[in-house]
Design a protein around this ligand. Structure first.
Ligand code: MG
Length: 170
């Protein structure tokens, strides 16, 4: 068909969405996008509780309908205790690459009252880009408060939401 011929050389686009929440806890590190952020509280979780990397991982898995992070890395598995979430993210990137997918860009929103994310934004984008195999100008990182409303507003935890655009080759 003419339409198929016209579309033949063009990538097919996909989008994935990810969302994650972790509660603040004492005596835990605060790691977002693989960057350690100084703060009086860290995030509770089985792994390093990097809510940002977890949201991006789920967004990537979503582009190929490959389940969610918990189905690939069950929290019941002792191997993932305090694990560097870069491992999860890299796994999702490899699954995507195996299906002929290439990440075009990522956009991330982090929701918390504190700490301020701005000073760490560049380092977070650089680290994320490194794992995704793209340039840092394709990693959008935004932070917002929730105007003191809800669990993030009460300072009980951090939420992260991510969308990923992917070009499927072949
Ligand atoms: Mg998580």
């Amino acid at each position: 068909m003419v339409a198929e011929r016209l579309l033949g050389g063009m990538p097919r686009w996909r989008t994935g969405l990810g969302f994650d929440v972790h509660a603040f806890a004492p005596d835990r590190p605060l790691v977002l996008c693989g960057v350690r952020i100084p703060h009086e509280l860290g995030l509770a979780g089985h792994s390093d509780a990097d809510a940002a990397f977890h949201a991006i991982t789920d967004a990537i898995l979503g582009t190929i309908a490959a389940g969610d992070i918990g189905s690939h890395f069950p929290p019941s598995d002792e191997r993932w205790r305090d694990a560097d979430s870069a491992v999860f993210l890299r796994h999702a990137v490899e699954l995507l690459a195996g299906k002929g997918g290439r990440i075009e860009n990522v956009d991330l929103v982090i929701v918390c009252e504190r700490p301020k994310i701005g000073p760490y934004r560049e380092a977070m984008a650089r680290r994320t880009a490194e794992i995704l195999g793209i340039t840092a100008d394709r990693v959008g990182i935004k932070a917002t408060t929730s105007e003191r409303l809800g669990f993030t507003g009460r300072g009980e935890g951090i939420a992260a939401q991510a969308v990923v655009s992917v070009a499927m080759e072949g």
